[in-house]
Design a protein around this ligand. Sequence first.
Ligand code: AR6
Length: 310
Amino acid sequence: MRITVVRGDITDQHVDAVVNAANSSLLGGGGVDGAIHRRGGPAILEECRRLRAGHLGGGLPVGQAVATTAGNLPAKWVIHTVGPVFTDGQDNIGPLASCFRESLRVADELGARTVALPAISTGVYRYPLEEAAYVSLWTLARASTSVDEVRLVLFDQKAYDTFDRALEALDPSDAEVEDELRRVPEEKWRELFELADGLTTEDREFTWGGGEKNEDGVIQWPYPRYSDRLWQLYVALPSANADWMKWMSGNPLRTEPARLAGAPVADAARLATVYVRGERFNDGVFGRAFQDGSMDAIIARLRTWYDTER
Ligand code: AR6
């Protein structure tokens, strides 16, 4: 599947399916939604009303997608999806990623081979552009689908630039990262898995130092105190030569580490990079990855690759 990023109006796109950033009511609104209904004509709204009178009586839930005719648009279908309203302290990544996965699933059901999508949730729903760009592109890049081309259509220059930059986060490629992993010596892999197997509950429950005044009266910044075993793991963990800053936020795998099991091994190495390099901030990101299951998912994925795929 080819992913392209273009600047333009989504209602001008000659594709099989156009994705609409709708709301749960499916009855129209502003932004992309307004533009699609205006240009597509009343046939779209009629079909939305029928869906509401039928199995979508309660509206379309966030993260799901449903198709209608495209009316007068130069496309065959409109796939309506509802993005999350960005909310601090909540999982925004999961539902936004779901919009992209579900839209492609519906496109597959329809038999659509070319699909144009907008920057879902980044308008009225206030999703920060940069994170949305990574979530959107990574999710699309990792989707299993029969669609040949997905085209992200960005309305303004800033959104276009952000998405275009985010696309570079797919560099180095999976194959390049896997080559790096092949160069890791045998004994290093064995050491890693032995360390991981020997992890205790105490290793995972790390403590904090600092936060107090030293002799000079200076308050030292708090820092995590890891066990020897955790530090050895820190050193033993192979990571990728990835642009880890791009992996820090907006990475769907950070909120859904279980998905790593079905992802290329390169993603495990990239995510390891986030935690290893991220630890330079001394904010306990490495230790927390052992508490929330991320590190177990990373090591399990590396182990499967080492045992059966290499
Ligand atoms: N083509 C491509 N992108 C567009 C277009 C267009 N014609 N028009 C706007 N955008 P938004 P949301 C960009 O607000 O954040 C509606 O009222 C826009 O610059 O359309 O998911 C719905 O009914 C922005 O980057 O969608 C919902 O109530 C992006 O599309 C609510 O807004 C998404 O902005 C959904 O909010």
